[in-house]
Design a protein. Structure first.
Length: 299
């Protein structure tokens, strides 16, 4: 059974978009995934997003995705929301993944905007609606035009919010004005999908984060959130500013690359990357150490 939620926070407030650990030979590391999931929940995450971009979903097979969901649900499913990424640019394939994730025990679905084929807004509306119609699970939209090439326009978000199972949006659009209007005009729970904008998005109505840097600074993210919720703007700002080197350092290149490097520096499961992702160079690793240390991360 999924942990307790509310309409305002259907997946909790602090979620980490978890990497997919692999073994030295590139196979799926389910033991490592369970260890990492338990660590992240112990650190203060209300939920974990599995099989998202940071989970290298484009290079993880469908059967592997299902095995990963089952393993993480077994490890933390009574303590945290397990949200399965099922978005593709093929609606039929996404529906298959959604139904499989439901059978594997996921508590919710993350559905990214279809990428590469650049559908019009009506296509986005029908795509997300078809996925939401295919299972009984709550759905979080994922709006990231920098990767997909197409934004979910505000009018489309408002229409989608009328669906009883579309309950949230992960916002990586980087546009506080559009976010403000969409939050004001819909009842969706709004999650920051851009760590640098976590605090600014809270200020316009977001309820929490789906974070990459949560792999290394979940307690700080939670402290910033709690300070904001209790009206301590100064403390929230101070934490945000302290974390700026981490936000910058973890995104000098693709987030999963730096995240797995950071986990390796901490001796935690992560393992290698699958091509086309590649490991940091020694120079990039040295810079990452500087960035993380500047943000107070212990290595």
């Amino acid at each position: 059974m999924a942990p307790t939620s509310t309409p305002q926070t259907p997946f909790g407030r602090v979620l980490t978009a978890m990497v997919t650990p692999f073994t030295a030979d590139g196979a799926l590391d389910l033991d490592g995934a369970q260890q990492l999931a338990a660590h992240l929940v112990d650190a203060g995450n209300d939920g974990l997003v599995i099989n998202g971009t940071t989970g290298e979903s484009p290079t993880v097979g469908d059967a592997e995705k299902n095995d990963l969901v089952r393993a993480v649900v077994d490890a933390v499913g009574d303590r945290a929301h397990v949200v399965a990424g099922v978005g593709t640019n093929d609606t039929r394939h996404s529906i298959e993944l959604a139904r499989a994730a439901e059978q594997a025990g996921a508590h919710g679905l993350l559905t990214v905007t279809p990428y590469y084929n650049k559908p019009p807004q009506e296509g986005l509306f029908r795509h997300f609606t078809a996925i939401a119609d295919s299972t009984a699970l709550p759905v979080m939209l994922y709006d990231i035009p920098g990767r997909s090439g197409v934004p979910i326009n505000t009018e489309t978000i408002v229409r989608l919010a009328e669906h009883p199972r579309i309950v949230a949006n992960k916002d990586a659009k980087g546009d506080l004005g559009r976010a403000s209007w969409a939050i004001a005009r819909s009842d969706l729970a709004w999650y920051s999908g851009d760590d640098m904008l976590n605090l600014p998005l809270l200020s316009v109505g977001a309820c929490g984060f789906v974070s990459v840097v949560g792999h290394v600074v979940t307690p700080e993210l939670r402290a910033m959130l709690e300070a904001h919720l209790t009206g301590d703007v100064q403390k929230a700002t101070e934490i945000h500013q302290k974390l700026l080197p981490v936000f910058t350092g973890m995104f000098r290149t693709q987030g999963v690359i730096t995240t797995k490097a950071a986990l390796a520096l901490q001796g935690r499961p992560g393992g290698p990357l699958r091509l086309p992702m590649v490991e940091l160079t020694p120079e990039e690793t040295a810079q990452l150490k500087i960035d993380l240390a500047a943000g107070g991360v212990q290595l």
